[in-house]
Design a protein around this ligand. Structure first.
Ligand SMILES: Cc1cc2nc3c(=O)[nH]c(=O)nc-3n(C[C@H](O)[C@H](O)[C@H](O)COP(=O)(O)OP(=O)(O)OC[C@H]3O[C@@H](n4cnc5c(N)ncnc54)[C@H](O)[C@@H]3O)c2cc1C
Length: 398
């Protein structure tokens, strides 16, 4: 099998590694010339760390991760801690894999280093794939009118603003949801009083919230501020005015305001949603990760879903390969792609809906905020987290 992948982000690289493990020859096209990613933090639930282990990435990443023992949820304006969910040993024992937090650049670098070292994977940076030509026996990736690669399958892992989703699937662009995320990373030593650096902390406020957690083995703290912003933007690394960030937390307690004041450099990501697509597979092209199903970041699961997609795609192709005695004909590979789509659609739709609902709960105001706070104070934390067994307990093959 020769597989072309458009996009060398977390989803594209994980797919490359998973597919190379089943013997495919993989070429990854990445439009950025610099193959290293920036960004801030990323949380990786047990459903993601389980896949990183299978891909052989966990050992590479481990020196740079932090394993927070808990997730502390606060009411932003009053500063009251409402609940403390057990993320450490309790969650790992329950799901057989840990909850990690990392710098996004470290996760991406672990995947990229493993992909670059793999004899079956070729990374081609600086190539922007705009479309594909499909023939009865192959698919060609096209950049600036020229064919840059030929394969049996093309995986479109080109992210939220996917070009291939538009050119091959004729899909409309994602819709800006009116909220933006500002991201920053500060030295742990600069953390103000009242912020616990070894946990994941969430501070809920009407219309927005703040999340922070340790990265780089605890040496730094990643901070994300979500708030209303009038304009959407497709550039995910554009700097945002520190005043916007200060305004977004103006109603919050002093530790949150001081945390935000500790950084002067914030980059913005405009949060967007996409209506469900009629199809994820067209001829020899298949969508994966944010290109197929962008997720609002209120459950910290978008990248993990992309990891799950990668593991599932490889599994479906491998099962089809075994069923056809090693040689994967067109019918078998079409059936494998259909099985991938069937497996992934309900799962990603459930995560998208749960993320959206979390956002609504996070940003409640008035009497609904009071009711939410009361519920969080009263519910046993373990019971609250057990409500996410369906999420964190996912395994390839589910
Ligand atoms: C504020 C925020 C916080 C988040 N926190 C978390 C979290 O804690 N945990 C989590 O799991 N998820 C989180 N996410 C979601 C996560 O970042 C995304 O879901 C994830 O990055 C999707 O991976 P992907 O590979 O599908 O797309 P991307 O990461 O967007 O990668 C796409 C790649 O394709 C390349 N590309 C694009 N177009 C082309 C082209 N035409 N040709 C070639 N290459 C192309 C891009 O340069 C990029 O490298 C968060 C998102 C936001 C906004």
């Amino acid at each position: 099998m020769r597989i072309l992948i458009c996009g060398g982000g977390i989803g594209g690289l994980a797919a490359a590694l998973a597919l190379a493990r089943i013997g495919a020859e993989v070429t990854v096209f990445e439009k950025r010339s610099d193959t290293r990613e920036g960004g801030a933090g990323i949380q990786i639930g047990p459903n993601g760390t389980r896949i990183l282990r299978q891909l052989g990435i966990a050992e590479r990443l481990q020196p740079n991760i932090a394993s927070p023992q808990s997730l502390c949820v606060h009411d932003g304006p009053s500063g009251e801690r409402l609940t403390q969910l057990p993320l450490g040993g309790w969650l790992e024992k329950r799901h057989g894999a840990p909850y990690w937090v990392a710098h996004r650049a470290d996760l991406h670098a672990s995947l990229m280093d493993a992909a670059q070292a793999h004899p079956l994977i070729t990374i081609r940076p600086g190539i922007d794939i705009q479309s594909a030509k499909t023939y009865p026996d192959e698919v060609l990736a096209v950049s600036n009118g020229e064919t840059v690669g030929a394969g049996d399958l093309l995986v479109a892992a080109d992210g939220l603003h996917s070009t291939l989703r538009r050119t091959i699937f004729a899909a409309p662009p994602p819709r800006y949801c009116g909220k933006s995320a500002a991201r920053s990373v500060i030295p742990a030593a600069a953390t103000p009083k009242g912020i616990v650096t070894r946990s994941v902390g969430i501070w809920l406020a009407p219309q927005g919230h703040v999340v922070h957690y340790p990265v780089r083995g605890g040496a730094e703290l990643a901070v994300v501020v979500i708030g209303n912003h009038a304009n959407g933007d497709i550039d995910w690394a554009r700097e945002i005015e520190p005043d916007w960030v200060a305004d977004a937390v103006a109603e919050c307690a002093a530790p949150v305001r001081n945390l935000v004041a500790a950084s002067q450099t914030w980059r913005r990501w405009s949060l967007a949603e996409l209506s469900p697509l009629p199809a994820w597979v067209r001829n020899r092209t298949v969508l994966l990760g944010d290109a197929a199903h962008p997720v609002l970041p209120f459950l910290a699961q978008g990248a993990v879903l992309a990891l799950e997609d990668a593991a599932t795609l490889a599994r479906c192709l491998s099962v089809a390969q075994l069923a056809s005695n090693g040689s994967l004909g067109d019918d078998a590979s079409a059936a494998a792609l259909a099985a991938y789509e069937t497996a992934r659609r309900p799962r990603s739709a459930r995560v998208q809906a749960a993320s959206r609902r979390n956002g609504e709960i996070y940003h409640l105001s008035g009497p609904m905020r009071t009711a939410r706070n009361m519920t969080l104070r009263m519910l046993p934390p373990e019971k609250l987290l057990a409500g996410y067994d369906w999420l964190y307990g996912w395994k390839p093959g589910d």
